[in-house]
Design a protein around this ligand. Sequence first.
Ligand SMILES: NC(=O)c1ccc[n+]([C@@H]2O[C@H](COP(=O)([O-])OP(=O)(O)OC[C@H]3O[C@@H](n4cnc5c(N)ncnc54)[C@H](O)[C@@H]3O)[C@@H](O)[C@H]2O)c1
Length: 354
Amino acid sequence: MIHDATNHGTGFIHHINSCENMRLLVTGGLGFIGSNFIRYMYSIHQDVEIINLDKMDIGANPANLRNYENDERYTFIRGDIADRKLMDKLIRKVDAIINFAAQTHVDRSIVNPISFFYSNTTGVLTILEAMRNNNRDVKLIHISTDEVYGDILEGSFNENDRLKPSSPYSASKAAADMFLLAYHKTYGLNISIVRPTNNFGPYQFPEKLIPKTIIRASMNLSIPVYGRGTNIRDWIYVIDVCRAIELVLERGGSGEIYNVSAGNERTNLDIVKTILTIMDKPKDLIMFVEDRPGHDVRYSLDSSKIRSELGWIPKYSFRDALEMTVKWYIENKWWWKPLVNEKILHPTPWRLRW
Ligand SMILES: NC(=O)c1ccc[n+]([C@@H]2O[C@H](COP(=O)([O-])OP(=O)(O)OC[C@H]3O[C@@H](n4cnc5c(N)ncnc54)[C@H](O)[C@@H]3O)[C@@H](O)[C@H]2O)c1
């Protein structure tokens, strides 16, 4: 149900008071955050209907939502957000779109930048064109990233800071954010941008730092750490991000950007050491490897806007969430075993051909 849908580029809050009885188009819902979001929404809102559109690209895994395959509230469509005809059709049927669809692995973007531009920028532009031409009442929540700001040695970025992406991945995400803001201003489209920091939790593809460390440690393999492991990321449990997205969907302002961070800044070396401690594995598994080119030193976001305007606060402590995550990977080998191979667990994936 949409109320107060009168905003046309004024920045006023565009309320959807509740997600009950809504029909959502979730794009990229077979990936890590998207599948957690769908599971989270069904756990909170019994009547929400979800169409999940996913290209089944790298990162997608149907096993993430296996339990919902026969649920009448759930429809899966294999397709591409850059397919204009498909987007025209789907956008007429829904109240809101939550766009998670993207190519997401920075290391791969260094090897193959063009495919990142295709999904992350052209794909978003296609969604915007479909909205402009078919359904201007639909609300779009776009999941951007802290990486669009680039790195920061001291202090934290707020939503008004300029964008200075470092990798082809973050450049493609920043370009999409620019189009979103331009379409809001020029055509009055109802869009909100969510910029979370590094997520972790269940169902994250094994090539990312935390799952890769847990999986390699569980096999007593060495744990690769880029450079000296001093790069800092601000970590957040995926369910806290799902809660933030739900709030922005219900009460976020049109044309507004919301940083989402939990204040868990850790060096990569700290992360790896903490995981080894939780798993009771020796620290001499750690192996320092050549650093990734263009590796940002530190990311840090100021999330006071979403906290003060929408009342969001993170619910999970870093240590508890990391322990839950380690436990999940240990108990769900069936999930990750079919996904891993030498390439996925490679110590320096940005050196490989993909
Ligand atoms: N994981 C993080 O730590 C993190 C942090 C900040 C922002 N984000 C953003 O959140 C979103 C989701 O990230 P994730 O970690 O779940 O990614 P993921 O790689 O696990 O999942 C991405 C999904 O998008 C799908 N996809 C890719 N291109 C598509 C296209 N053209 N059409 C339809 N589907 C397509 C893939 O098949 C996959 O299922 C991304 O936009 C990412 O930039 C992620």
